[in-house]
Design a protein around this ligand. Structure first.
Ligand SMILES: Nc1ncnc2c1ncn2[C@@H]1O[C@H](COP(=O)(O)OP(=O)(O)OP(=O)(O)O)[C@@H](O)[C@H]1O
Ligand SMILES: [Mg+2]
Length: 377
């Protein structure tokens, strides 16, 4: 049996060149989301020996299978395809990172198995699979997400990433934010998944240089070109995801009739935003069923997130504030704010309802006319 603790420590050090960051042992004693070390037999039973009919999808790491535990709980099991040093590192980072984070918008780890050539990661099962399928898919169970669902997914994903950047200790850079790594539960609530490329940020370090990982179309320019990684790389990827969510376009698409010329989603959206042609950015499949003001505000946030200069990108917690302000507008209605945040109402004795609303709502600085230079590059 592989010693995960040792492996994780080793991987953390390998992955964080020159960093003094100490890897904490993951704890399965987290009572709300306990995780366990499964036996191979348990997972073979749960997935009917990794039967093709149980396959949910396949990615770079391997195939993902639906399963049902002896206790009746639904799980998703990711099975490593080929055991290489790189894959083993990815496995260790994923288990280590997921085991230490807990947030309603981050995928829950149920456990793992590591023995012989098998590396299996067990997650909570997400009934509506990945956002990618619903934005671009053609499978029968893919649902056309309505405008409100899209905004909720965008905001929830931002919350998950903000937790990684600002609350997790040490801070975590995801490095692979994209539509296929946002999973949706039975109510289409989003959870950010796939931490195999994640990097723990040592205290006091603002930027590191690493080998480039991630997915074309979502990579921040400074990271893609020079391997400079910081939280703002995730902000950039999130900006791409935001544009994808509102427009239904892929991050990179061929330009029609241009002989195979490819255009990224920012190159496509920016001239439209600058020209105030907001409704042309909206996914045509919405058939006009979207809120024009919200659309404009969300696109402005996306434009800021995808600024070529990392220093100009807002931090993730600011992105959340901007999104919330752009979605609920100036209504400052507590119920609305709670809905978007997905939090239960906190009773405040003698408090003004407006006190619960982030201050940014009163100053939606990004709600500027389309032609104002502040939002444009
Ligand atoms: N916890 C889960 N619950 C339900 N479906 C899942 C779960 N995890 C993954 N899937 C499904 O399996 C598919 C493959 O996931 P995986 O993360 O391996 O690959 P990917 O995200 O498509 O690509 P990449 O390897 O680049 O991350 C997902 O797109 C999703 O449909
Ligand atoms: Mg994935």
């Amino acid at each position: 049996m592989l010693k995960l603790r040792n492996l994780c420590c080793a991987s953390t050090i390998v992955d964080h060149e020159g960093s003094s960051c100490q890897s904490r042992a993951s704890s399965g004693s987290n009572t709300e989301h306990p995780w366990e070390v499964f036996t191979l037999k348990q997972l073979i039973n749960a997935t009917n020996n990794f039967h093709e009919n149980h396959k949910l999808g396949e990615g770079g790491f391997g195939a993902v299978y639906w399963g049902c535990t002896a206790g009746g709980g639904e799980i998703a099991v990711k099975r490593l395809k080929v055991l290489t040093a790189k894959a083993e590192l990815e496995f260790a980072v994923e288990v280590e990172v997921l085991g230490r984070v807990r947030h309603r918008n981050l995928l829950g780890l149920r456990g793992y198995y590591a023995g012989g050539n098998e590396r299996l990661i067990v997650y909570e099962y997400m009934h509506n699979r990945s956002l990618l399928g619903h934005l671009h898919g053609r499978r029968p169970h893919d649902v056309l997400l309505d405008w409100r669902q899209r905004l909720r997914i965008a905001f929830g994903s931002a919350s998950g990433i903000a937790y990684l950047h600002h609350e997790a200790k040490p801070h975590i850079i995801h490095r692979d934010i994209k539509a296929s790594n946002v999973l949706l539960d039975s109510k289409f609530r989003p959870k950010v998944a796939d931490f195999g490329f994640a990097k723990l940020v040592p205290e006091g370090v603002s930027q590191m240089t690493t080998r480039v990982k991630g997915t074309l179309g979502y990579l921040a320019p400074e990271y893609a070109m020079w391997g400079k990684v910081s939280e703002s790389c995730d902000v950039y990827s999130f900006g791409i995801l935001l544009l994808e969510i509102v427009s239904g376009r892929r991050p990179i698409e061929k330009v029609a009739g241009a002989g195979g010329v490819r255009q990224d989603i920012v190159q496509w959206a920016l001239p439209l935003a600058e020209g105030g042609k907001w409704d042309q950015i909206a996914d045509p499949r919405l058939e006009g069923r979207f809120d024009a003001v919200q659309l404009r505000n969300v696109v402005v946030v996306a434009v800021r997130c995808t600024d070529a200069c990392p220093e100009n990108r807002p931090e993730m917690r600011k992105v959340m504030e901007l999104l919330l302000a752009g979605i609920v507008g100036e209504s400052r209605r507590v119920k609305e704010v709670e809905y978007w945040k997905g939090e239960p109402k906190v009773e405040k004795k003698g408090g003004d309802e407006a006190d619960d609303v982030p201050t940014a709502i009163t100053q939606p600085s990004f709600c500027v006319p389309a032609n104002e230079s502040t939002m444009m590059r």
